[in-house]
Design a protein around this ligand. Sequence first.
Ligand SMILES: CC(C)(COP(=O)(O)OP(=O)(O)OC[C@H]1O[C@@H](n2cnc3c(N)ncnc32)[C@H](O)[C@@H]1OP(=O)(O)O)[C@@H](O)C(=O)NCCC(=O)NCCSC(=O)C[C@H](O)C(=O)O
Ligand SMILES: [Mg+2]
Length: 277
Amino acid sequence: MNARPWRSVLYVPGDKPRALEKARTLGADAVILDLEDAVAPEHKEAARENVRSALGARWPGPVLVRVNGLGSEWEHADRETALRAGVDGLVLPKVEDPRTVRDLHLRVPLWAMIETPLGVLRAPEIAAVPGVAGLLVGANDLARALRTRPHPERAPLLAALSAVVLAARAHGKLPLDAVYNDVRDPAGFTRECEQGRSLGFAGKTVIHPDQIGPANLAFGVTGPQAEDARALLDAWQQARAQGKSVVAHQGALIEQMHADEAQELLGLWEATQGGVG
Ligand SMILES: CC(C)(COP(=O)(O)OP(=O)(O)OC[C@H]1O[C@@H](n2cnc3c(N)ncnc32)[C@H](O)[C@@H]1OP(=O)(O)O)[C@@H](O)C(=O)NCCC(=O)NCCSC(=O)C[C@H](O)C(=O)O
Ligand SMILES: [Mg+2]
């Protein structure tokens, strides 16, 4: 069975009708229609109406809505509007308490943003809540709360990034990496995608159309990688047919977990129809 890809997840401000229209055609694996930080207080209601209308359109992948925070004056109306309009999932900002998430009893998957120190510390309990599909890092809010300094390799945030990956993976949920703010720095963006992939993230949240292709590439599977995976699986199946549970393939040891990894990679390759090279 093919795994659904979450290589690129595009934030689209709810108060930008042109961007909401355009987002359907850009090739992101999923989108987040944003009612929270991208929208000024005086535009919240108009944005909610735009999002309601956008949810009525046809989309090529999952459409999530980021609602305003629990306890804010907008959150209830945001949530009801999105649910009634048929959203595929809700993104909840600044999640810190697993109980509030559990008490929501949502009928759609919930994506929890981890973007405060307490959220990071409680990420394992948040990820464990049934109905939570994944954890998203909000690095801007987190950096501000931690009083870290900007760093090209995100050194001050590495512990938190890994904590989020650990928590999500421990509970079979998807970890999505933070946005990269400089939309005019493709080299820096690609470097950060590679770092996120190495850390174990399943994909990257992005803020601009130009970031979608590079994220799909970094978190996707190339043709040569798919061929290597098929060769490894062939070698593994031959070994198993001979009753072996360890075998050397191209000079390196392979065991069951390497076969599982190759299978997962091929699933992603098939789900993306070989679209990344
Ligand atoms: C970052 C931007 C403000 C840049 O805007 P702009 O300079 O206007 O971009 P361009 O002129 O290059 O745009 C070219 C065309 O692309 C469309 N566009 C731009 N961005 C998007 C988008 N996100 N989705 C869909 N379409 C988009 C423009 O409409 C142009 O189209 P056309 O008219 O046909 O030429 C801007 O990109 C932007 O607003 N990005 C989203 C910002 C956002 O959503 N922020 C909130 C989420 S991130 C966050 O909150 C952080 C997190 O919580 C944390 O704590 O870290
Ligand atoms: Mg944030």
